[in-house]
Design a protein. Structure first.
Ligand code: GLU
Length: 420
């Protein structure tokens, strides 16, 4: 393990972001202490039958961070590096994310320590069904609603919905969001996080007077968020995507990349690397390219004290959760880089998850245009609300988003009062 990995604790990072913003809020110290900690945590160890007939043990977590404003909400990720502290951090970020866009949810997150890239579909299905049954007392449409995250898909959500429904004896689509449209998913949900990242970049560019037609864009991560975000930024904003990457490395072409050809190459070879019409770069080099818009859409802590000074962009629209450390935030602010923080920039996903849940509860489904229009309105209004706090308090956009979000959760907590 490298030095950086040893030092890095995402939950401590989330708490220090909280502490920074909480100073600006006139809230009771006891309530602050409550909001710094997760409400409930469940860790499960469970066996899965592998294709070779052996049994393998897996560990998973589900953390419900806060449920004051509504049911706990947040994705489930499958990744070999999942830890309880990472899931805690992600659940805390979900709490602020739902509050900043003002949807009636608390925050949660789940994770299973596994490497889905080395597992068959059958193994992943058995893992998903068993994990669901291990956390079944924790989830429901009223209490805690999972969704996709890193390495989980609409198919994963279909298995969760089916396992939960089979146990209860009838179909309960509202227990998860991000499902296939055919079984109660929402039109526009698959694209929603990338679409929100695009709106965040657009609003930032308008605020700063950056010409989107001339803008160069670098995107780290070519999964659901990065690939769709890149495509929408190119097609709807008219900007030029000069670099993309995935976990194996990156590619760059200053003249702009043909994204459908890049996607085709990834489908055929498993990676964007090796795409013929571009030069190969590392993920680290991608972050340091000269551009107007940078979209980190992979994992946590990629922009840190050691590389923040070398970042050469005007705008960062955070598709990933937690890509920028607090030390890097301070350096970027001093350099004049405008960061649209994760809890705002990538809130499009959970916003359309909320629409999906509402549609499931009502068994009444919306047109895609309606979904996108409502999403745009929420993103544009939330961006303006956060920007107003940033200007009024003279703080960066992250601290402003936290001030707004923590304030909303603290008010709800105060109004409900402390039981008993
Ligand atoms: N995993 C996504 C996120 O980090 C979506 C969560 C959801 O839709 O509940 O925001």
């Amino acid at each position: 393990m490298s030095d950086k990995e040893e030092k890095f604790n995402p939950f401590e990072m989330a708490q220090s972001q909280f502490d920074l913003a909480a100073q600006y809020l006139d809230i009771d110290d006891g309530i602050k202490a409550k909001l710094r900690l997760p409400k409930r945590e469940l860790t499960v160890n469970f066996p899965v039958r592998m294709d070779d007939g052996s049994l393998r043990m897996f560990t998973g977590h589900r953390v419900q961070y806060d449920i004051t404003r509504g049911p706990a909400k947040g994705g489930i990720r499958y990744h070999p590096d999942v830890t309880l502290d990472e899931v805690r951090a992600l659940a805390m970020w979900m709490t602020w994310k739902c509050a900043v866009v003002n949807i009636p949810y608390g925050g949660a997150k789940g994770g299973v320590v596994c490497n889905p890239k080395e597992m068959s579909d059958g193994e992943l299905e058995r893992l998903t069904r068993r994990f669901t049954s291990e956390i079944i007392m924790f989830i429901s449409p009223e209490s805690d609603i999972p969704a996709p995250d890193v390495n989980t898909t609409s198919q994963t959500m279909a298995w969760i919905m089916d396992t939960y429904s089979m146990t209860k004896g009838h179909s309960i689509p509202a227990v998860v969001t991000g499902k296939p449209v055919e079984i109660g998913g929402s039109l526009g949900r698959r694209e929603a996080t990338g679409r929100g990242v695009m709106f965040a970049a657009r609003e930032a560019a308008h605020h700063l007077g950056v010409d989107l037609g001339e803008a160069r864009v670098a995107v780290q991560g070519f999964g659901n968020v990065g690939s769709i975000g890149a495509e929408l930024i190119q097609n709807e904003l008219g900007s030029r995507i000069i670099a993309v990457s995935d976990s194996r490395g990156g590619i760059t072409n200053p003249a702009g990349l043909d994204l459908s050809a890049v996607r085709q190459h990834k489908r055929e070879t498993g990676s964007v690397v090796g795409y013929p019409e571009a030069d190969t770069i590392t993920n680290e080099e991608l972050l340091e390219l000269e551009c107007e818009i940078l979209v980190p859409a992979a994992l946590e802590e990629v922009i840190h004290a050691d590389n923040a000074d070398r970042i050469r962009t005007r705008i960062i629209s955070e598709g990933a959760n937690g890509p920028t450390t607090p030390e890097a935030d301070a350096i970027l602010y001093d350099k004049g880089v405008f960061v649209v923080p994760d809890i705002l920039a990538n809130a499009g996903g959970v916003t359309v998850s909320y629409f999906e849940w509402v549609q499931d509860l009502q068994s009444f489904f919306w047109e895609e245009d309606e979904v996108n229009k409502n999403l745009e309105q929420i993103m544009v209004n939330s961006f303006a609300d956060v920007l107003a706090v940033a200007q009024e308090r003279n703080v960066n956009m992250r601290t402003a988003a936290y001030i707004l979000a923590i304030g909303r959760v603290a008010t709800a907590t105060q109004l409900r009062g402390v039981y008993p």
